[in-house]
Design a protein around this ligand. Sequence first.
Ligand code: PLP
Length: 399
Amino acid sequence: MNDKTKELMRIDDTFVMHTYGRFPVVLEYGEGAYVYDTEGRKYLDMVGGIAVNMLGYGNKKLASAIGEQAARLMHTSNLFYTAPQSLLAEKLVKLSGLKKAFFCNSGAEANEAALKLARKAAKLTENPRKTRVISAYNSFHGRTMGAITATGQAKYQKNFAPLVPDFDYIEYNNLEQLENAVDKNTCAVIMEPVQGESGVHPAEKEFLAAVRRLCTENKAAMILDEVQTGMGRTGRMFAFERFGVKPDILTLAKMLGGGFPIGACLAGEGYQDVFAPGDHASTFGGNPLAATAALTTLKICEEEGLVENADKTGAYLRGLLKGAECVKEARGFGLMIGVEFEKPIAKKILAAGFEEGIILNAIGDSVIRLVPPLILTEAQAEEAAGKIGRCIKKALEND
Ligand SMILES: *Cc1c(COP(=O)(O)O)cnc(C)c1O
């Protein structure tokens, strides 16, 4: 390790709170699907800033659009109209079939907006007890107080009690528990169409159909958290298209700005005019710079057919991985892939990845998650499968 790398790591360890277990690698710049560190090593990035960098690194069109907008009008308040935000809202409404958008800066904030919107909508009914929110175990919805309450995993909630009242949890894909949980006092059901953070577990079609039906019958908001699955990740612009259901409220973030921070909460029929001025706000939400980044990312996504590419290249990559040694299952849709191994070797595979020049993400002991940029080519999918194959061999050798 060179002196520059060591010194940068020392400064970070001294002055940044230790909320992350960081790898001993300092990333410096990137190009396309590759990223380089301060040691001059090159990595094929199969995680893409955790499912964020739709266009990979260093996209010139996106960088110059951001640069031009920064020079023109970077930030102003939401007390004024600005063209990029209005046009982005129109674009997202057209793509999703929902009605209106609220902008924020992250996935957790998008879910906070969704939960507040559902609670407000329920307040407008005659039932004062209509406050319950149903979410799934092993879900992930973010790290704010509302979002960790919705996140059905004890490890994220411990140390932070008391949480937000009136949340209930059910097993994902368990129809019976769902039927028993949803009633007239339910104000929202929040689900990911594919659970990402817990290892890429897709919903069953009947499960999301039942969520849709029960929400409609009980006048509860169906919230789909597509923070990770949205914007083409699964080979559809939105994962809900794969399930034949439409949510009342849809949350987006991760890939939306192509790496620039922005989140959105979209509201469908009956929910689009529930918030009144003063009910919810965000100082930075949807500012001209962030909205321009999102508009430009979407434009490039469409011009380059990246949603179709995610579908095609993702299926190809899954096929390659299914044939690899020790692989029990390669599941998911598009470029959202969970690879489960027959042995608890995920962490060793990840470590071997740094030697092989590939960035991977481990979930628990026996799953790796691949959420690469949507620009991934077939040749890069082959490169990834080859490198992962060698990582598996190394992991098995020192098992
Ligand atoms: C990443 C993620 C979030 C949280 O997004 P942040 O931008 O980190 O707040 C919420 N929901 C899902 C499904 C996610 O994958």
